[in-house]
Write a protein that binds this ligand. Structure first.
Ligand code: HEC
Length: 135
């Protein structure tokens, strides 16, 4: 049994490393995720729902207004989500992917997977769009 867990553990590390290499080889952004269209219209309701989720799960690191955080001993500063700089892609699909799957290989921006339901992740994307700094 112990052997089994050890093997599972090693496999997951290998998988994480391979994913990391693939992501790094792709450079900034994620062309596959970029193709995904936002299925949720950016209505006032969607933005309000997104704000609630954001406040609950994201504000601790990214700041109450999405302006970025200062970080701590255990985690680096979380980036400003209201500026035009997107290290992992600027499309709705890529932002959705970052929230759902996190930023590998290190897990400073952890994956939310199903802890936040997909429609709610889209609501958060719509909320982030609503607080983007206007040019
Ligand atoms: C534990 C702190 C923490 C929490 C909680 C957190 N994030 Fe992050 N987030 C980070 C860090 C650190 C990065 C930078 C990761 C990197 O680039 O390696 C990041 C990156 C991002 C990015 C990519 C920005 C870019 O430039 O492409 C988005 C989008 C994002 N977070 C959204 C969210 C949302 C939405 C939530 C809530 C559901 C959330 N984050 C929760 C720490 C956090």
């Amino acid at each position: 049994m112990r052997q089994f867990f050890l093997r599972m553990f090693l496999c997951s590390i290998l998988l994480a490393v391979v994913t990391g290499i693939v992501i790094m080889a792709q450079g900034k952004g994620n062309p596959e995720a970029a193709k995904v269209k936002n299925p949720v219209a950016a209505t006032a309701e969607s933005i309000a729902a997104g704000k609630q989720i954001y406040t609950r799960y994201c504000a601790v690191c990214h700041g109450t207004n999405g302006q970025g955080g200062s970080g701590s001993d255990i985690s680096p500063p979380a980036p400003d989500l209201t500026d035009e700089e997107w290290n992992h892609g600027s499309t709705d699909g890529e932002i959705f992917d970052v929230i759902k799957n996190g930023v590998p290989p290190d897990l400073n921006m952890g994956p939310w997977r199903d802890r936040i339901k997909d429609p709610d992740i889209w609501n958060v994307v719509n909320f982030l769009r609503s607080i983007a700094k206007k040019k």
